[in-house]
Design a protein around this ligand. Structure first.
Ligand SMILES: [Zn+2]
Length: 320
């Protein structure tokens, strides 16, 4: 099972909750033993008897004697707990999730993350990102799109979006085993590209994967952080996150010896690590090559890895 850092954070939190509880329970019991030393004596005797039975050194103790002692210990303990106003729930951990008992895992043969871990990791990821939970596939409103045949094709804009939506649904459902690891959504302003990026990120996060949505400006900023502040945090995240989404590639300023090498490095590292990347752009293929050069172009338009999803039609922003 892949060790996802988001899941590991949740698991650590669960373990901490159990540890904190255990410390409290131990303190309660220590105070009880201090106040009622005869209880501790009982317990020691019982523990010794169990040990002897296990090592079979003393076969003299028969089971009834052993059970008898335990019952005496239990009833004395219960009386003391009652006197001290300690309830069973103070001493016995009550798990928040009854599926995994807060271990975070389910399944015996094939151990996998419990749904509670996936849901919490996804929530943490969403809260720390600029990805929202309303621009989703489920909330997509096809009625905003024109249903008359477009000039340069035989589809209507509505039909085109419906096809895209179906593709996005199957792509996210099969994530990370998708038919293509890269998507390039191209087209003019106001066709719903940013909405699509958000929906794709949202679906992937909901399944417990990490996703990061950035504007193309962030690539320059991350490069400056590395050069000027020796801070590679943002770039490392861009290289390694499960799904990187670059919104509106082409809207940033191309800085000499900064933008293209950084973009190439990020894309190349992601290809090398088999990570998924989604890019939206207003640029045509020719414009991408002209702006970023053939190395970036070949990484972006590689037919075996990239599904190009061109969008056409009218700007719908006035209808939203
Ligand atoms: Zn659980």
């Amino acid at each position: 099972m892949a060790k996802n850092p988001l899941m590991l954070d949740v698991l650590k939190k669960y373990q901490l909750r159990i540890d904190v509880f255990q410390v409290k329970a131990d303190t309660i019991m220590n105070n009880i033993f201090e106040k009622y030393p005869e209880l501790l004596e009982f317990r020691k005797k019982y523990a010794q008897m169990r040990m002897d039975a296990r090592t079979a050194e003393d076969k003299g103790h028969c089971k009834s004697e052993y059970d008898n002692l335990y019952q005496q210990y239990e009833s004395s303990l219960n009386k003391c707990l009652e006197k001290e106003n300690v309830s069973a729930s103070d001493l016995e951990y009550q798990p928040l999730c009854t599926l995994c008992n807060d271990t975070g895992y389910v399944g015996n043969v094939h151990k996998r993350y419990c749904t509670c871990v996936i849901a919490e990791a996804a929530q943490n990821m969403l809260e720390g990102s600029n990805i929202n939970d309303h621009e989703t596939i489920e909330n997509f409103n096809l009625e905003l799109f024109d249903d008359s045949t477009m000039e340069n094709g035989n589809l209507t804009q509505k039909k085109q979006m419906e096809k895209l939506l179906n593709y996005m649904t199957s792509w996210t459902k099969s994530f990370p085993n998708c038919d293509r690891q890269q998507l390039l959504i191209s087209g003019g302003v106001g066709l719903g590209k940013s909405y699509c990026l958000n929906s794709l990120a949202y679906e992937v996060i909901k399944q417990g994967f990490s996703a990061m949505m950035i504007t193309s400006f962030a690539i320059n900023e991350a490069a400056f952080d590395e050069i000027k502040k020796s801070d590679s945090g943002a770039l490392n995240m861009m290289r390694s996150v499960d799904l990187l989404l670059i919104d509106d590639l082409g809207s940033e300023q191309v800085l000499n010896n900064i933008t293209c090498p950084t973009l190439f490095n990020v894309l190349n590292e992601r290809v090398r690590r088999s990570r998924h990347t989604i890019i939206s752009t207003n640029l045509s293929a020719e414009e991408i090559e002209e702006r970023y050069g053939s190395r970036v172009f070949s990484r972006l338009i590689d037919k075996n890895r990239t599904m190009i999803l061109p969008l056409m039609g009218k700007d719908i922003r006035s209808k939203v």
